[in-house]
Ligand binder design. Structure first.
Ligand SMILES: [Zn+2]
Length: 141
């Protein structure tokens, strides 16, 4: 079974990362001192921001932050995967369950029977709900 949701999420994260990596490494940390500056450059990243609060927001979401978030999201996806993808032994009763959400009860039944219903993955997908390919069914908690 193809894990379409995971593939789509990885594509969104890859796009975020590619965009951040387009900024030269020496300029990926931004500060605010009247204008937005990068860590090493005397040139302004942006010389004037007209919208109140936008400059602070941009500094808090600089390219290095985007790269750290991409790493975090990949770690979450590595945990919340199909059981069969982790065990490498497909053919089991709970192959499609979310291994990361765990198991419960006397019979160790999966908490989430299908990884596409994983609330952690839905939360990740919600970050990208304005991008093509987002599916409304992923908006369920
Ligand atoms: Zn999960």
């Amino acid at each position: 079974m193809t894990d379409e949701q995971a593939a789509w999420l990885h594509a969104q994260i890859d796009e975020d990362e590619r965009t951040a990596l387009r900024v030269p490494e020496k300029d990926r940390t931004w500060t605010l001192d009247g204008t937005i500056r990068s860590g090493s450059s005397t040139d302004d990243v942006v010389d004037w921001v007209y919208i109140e609060g936008a400059a602070e927001h941009m500094v808090l979401n600089d390219p290095n932050r985007a790269l750290r978030e991409a790493g975090l999201k990949r770690r979450i996806l590595a945990i919340h995967r199909r059981r069969a993808d982790i065990t490498g032994q497909p053919g089991g009763t709970f192959d499609d369950c979310c291994h990361g959400c765990g198991y419960e009860g006397d019979c160790d039944d999966p908490v989430v029977g299908n990884v596409n219903d994983c609330p952690e993955r839905h939360a990740l997908a919600a970050v990208y709900d304005d991008r093509p390919g987002y599916q409304e069914m992923w908006s369920q908690p």
